[in-house]
Design a protein around this ligand. Structure first.
Ligand code: 5RP
Length: 218
């Protein structure tokens, strides 16, 4: 089984969580692209979707699903998104696709967060994947100096501007033993818009595709 086949299997397994007649939240990335393709089959049951990125909005519109403004939907029943890493407590690293801020907003505004991934994303301790942080451009050097104090080594993601007009700093060499505390600490650095740790609001369900089918962790 290829990694793409595993992502597609997880994405299709998430369809059962979609509540007919209710708008849903849709994340960003290659796994989510498989989910959007799968949504096409049931698009007549979906009044619309809140999207976490311009890229996903375009893909949703192409298959005839209306993109809604979160300010008009109220709380969403579910949010479906991928991850760069997940641990057994469903805490995540996200932001490999630079869409972490809107992803965190839509996750927070949803009753259930269904995370879809291939099983290679499951790790014992978060931190092998460089931790993405969205930063206001004028603060990037200051934030990098503050992050160094936390033990990480920082790299500006070259050539990337987020949908919100900001930059991404990727932090390597962090062994994240206490994700909630680290999320809070990084959030408090002036200039940080969002840290790609989803620990205070972890996923509620993790669907992991692999050669033996789709494993569900709750
Ligand atoms: C985008 C994300 C993605 O969910 C994450 O990067 C996983 O992507 P993929 O499904 O392509 O492996 O957080 O900001």
């Amino acid at each position: 089984m290829t990694q793409d086949e595993a992502k597609k299997a997880a994405a299709e397994a998430a369809l059962k969580y979609v509540v007919p007649g209710e708008p849903l939240g849709v994340g960003t990335g290659s796994t989510v692209n498989f989910f959007i393709d799968a949504l096409a089959k049931i698009r007549h049951d979906i009044p619309g979707a809140v999207s976490s990125s311009n890229a996903s909005s375009e893909r949703l519109k192409k298959i005839g699903i209306e993109v809604l403004d979160l300010n008009n939907t109220g709380q969403l029943s579910i949010y479906v998104d991928g991850a760069d890493e997940a641990d057994a407590n469903l805490r995540l690293i996200k932001g490999g696709g630079a869409a972490l801020t809107r992803e965190k907003i839509v996750a927070a505004a949803s009753r259930k967060f269904v995370c879809i991934a291939d099983e290679s994303k499951l790790v014992k301790v978060l931190g092998k994947f460089p931790l993405p942080i969205e930063v206001i451009p004028m603060a990037r050097s200051y934030v990098a100096r503050e992050l160094l104090k936390l033990g990480g080594s920082c790299e500006l993601r070259m050539g990337v501007t987020t949908d919100n007009g900001n930059v991404i700093i990727d932090v390597r060499n962090l062994e994240i033993l206490d994700p909630v505390t680290l999320e809070n600490k990084i959030n408090q650095i002036p200039g940080v818009v969002t840290v790609g740790l989803f620990a205070q609001r972890p996923a509620d369900v993790l669907l992991l595709g692999g050669p033996n089918g789709v494993r569900e962790l709750k």
